[in-house]
Write a protein that binds this ligand. Structure first.
Ligand code: HEM
Length: 409
């Protein structure tokens, strides 16, 4: 069996779905990073993927992703009661006041940047969103960040998700970024734990620094740092979805008019952006014990990849899945294994992302700005989404031409 690692890296969003259609099954065996693996797609496969009796997350992340995107020792690699206990720490950040606090900080910083846009001819959205999110998430989390640190820390946090799935030299940049970011986060935890440290009670940094395991122990500072970065990195990664909000308004200009006329459509619009546009290609787990499913053998220890993008475009769940249609979110909500841009199942018990409320709220703030607050053209009439990279992004970060405050409301 040939190794498909390069095919997956070259076509991160299409590879699994295409091969599954060729085999006529929701699961197929392959080789990735030199080892046997199984790829699965669709809502039934997603339900299987989150069955803890059949799969374990211990050691599931391949080394290149542990050295970049995930780090080592965090919640992603835990199972059972240890996972649920650590996950409860993250549930706190899904609460309404927490989400509102972060969105308020983001809106404030973005607002200040927008003042500067009005004298510029072109503005690239992706780096602007990154900057506002780094400022916001550090302020929200209780992390001091000097003016001089803003640029380097932004580059590190972005590299953790933007370069992790690339080939060298970008991948190596991500490895270096992880080393530097881990050291920074560990220092922040040690500072927070120092006697007399001016900790804001219930601030994210205080909660992570004082979290105790089921055995009653503080986490080693290095691992607490990884969990702190599990809040910072993905929040900054919302800059990708915010840029895709801009891309959706560019690809479907009729939606700019519809959102201007009716802001009650924001939620459906944002959900469709999360479904329609590619971001995370796949989630990863490992087989706990041998079993067969749909005629495919799942061997103990093998890695299993769930096709997130393909599941969000599966025509057994979604009518005309390759059409951008926010109105599909106006009916009954899709099931927990059918709509999986940030993983499936339940966030408290499964490995589903705990950051969905934050993501959706930040994307709505971006929609408010891009659909209703500003008038603008596009800096590059031919700028397209590059889907050969993960995350997929417009080639220049989505260039706006002469963005100006709207004068008519
Ligand atoms: C930028 C948008 C985001 C995307 C596309 C995204 C995507 C994902 C995906 C695909 C997973 C893995 C699901 C699985 O393994 O089954 C995940 C897990 C996770 N996400 Fe997100 N996420 C985003 C935003 C956030 C935010 C804003 C936070 C926190 C503030 C966050 C924190 C986490 C954590 C801690 C996990 C690990 C959960 C676990 O293993 O139990 N994410 N996310």
């Amino acid at each position: 069996m040939s190794d498909d690692t390069l095919s997956l890296l070259r076509d991160p969003y299409g590879f699994i779905g295409r091969r599954a259609r060729l085999t006529g099954r929701d699961a197929f065996e392959t080789r990735l990073l030199g080892r046997r693996a199984v790829c699965v797609t669709g809502p039934r496969a997603a339900e299987l993927f989150y069955d803890e009796a059949r799969f374990t997350r211990v050691g599931a992340a391949p080394l290149p992703l542990q050295l970049t995107l995930f780090g080592r020792g965090g919640v992603q690699g835990l199972d059972g009661p240890d996972h649920r206990h650590r996950k409860a720490l993250f549930s706190h950040f899904m609460e309404r006041e927490q989400v509102e606090g972060l969105v308020a900080a983001f809106t404030k910083h973005l607002e200040q940047q927008v003042q500067g846009w009005t004298t510029r001819d072109t503005v690239a959205l992706y780096p602007e969103f990154q900057r506002a999110l780094v400022l916001a998430v550090c302020e929200w989390a209780g992390i001091p960040l000097s003016e001089a640190e803003l640029g380097p820390r932004t580059r590190q946090l972005v590299s953790l998700f933007d370069d992790a799935g690339a080939l060298a030299p970008r991948h190596l940049r991500s490895v270096v970024a992880r080393r530097l970011a881990d050291r920074w986060a560990e220092d922040l935890i040690n500072d927070a734990r120092a006697p007399g440290a001016p900790l804001v009670p219930d601030s994210p940094v205080a909660l992570v620094a004082t979290y105790r395991t089921p055995a009653g122990d503080l986490l080693p500072a290095r691992i607490a740092g990884v969990e702190l970065l599990n809040l910072l990195r993905p929040t900054v990664a919302v800059s990708v979805f915010l840029t895709l909000v801009g891309q959706a308004l560019r690809d479907h200009p009729e939606w700019r008019d519809r959102l201007r006329a009716d802001n009650s459509l924001d939620d459906a619009f944002v959900q469709e952006v999360r479904r329609f546009y590619p971001f995370f290609p796949a989630a990863i787990t490992r087989v706990r014990r041998d079993f067969e499913w749909h005629g495919v053998h799942f061997g103990k220890g093998q890695r299993v990849l769930l096709d997130l993008y393909g599941t969000d475009h599966d025509d057994r769940t979604w009518e005309d899945p390759h059409r951008f249609d926010p109105m599909r979110f106006h009916g009954d909500p899709p099931g927990p294994f059918a709509f999986v841009p940030q993983g499936g199942g339940e966030p408290q018990t499964h490995h589903r992302c705990p950051g969905e409320p934050i993501t959706v709220a930040l994307m709505k703030a971006g929609t408010e700005l891009l659909a209703r607050r500003l008038d603008y053209g596009y800096g590059d009439p031919a700028e397209q989404l590059d889907t050969t990279r993960a995350p997929a992004l417009p080639r220049h970060g989505l260039l706006l031409h002469r963005p100006r405050e709207r004068t008519t409301v």
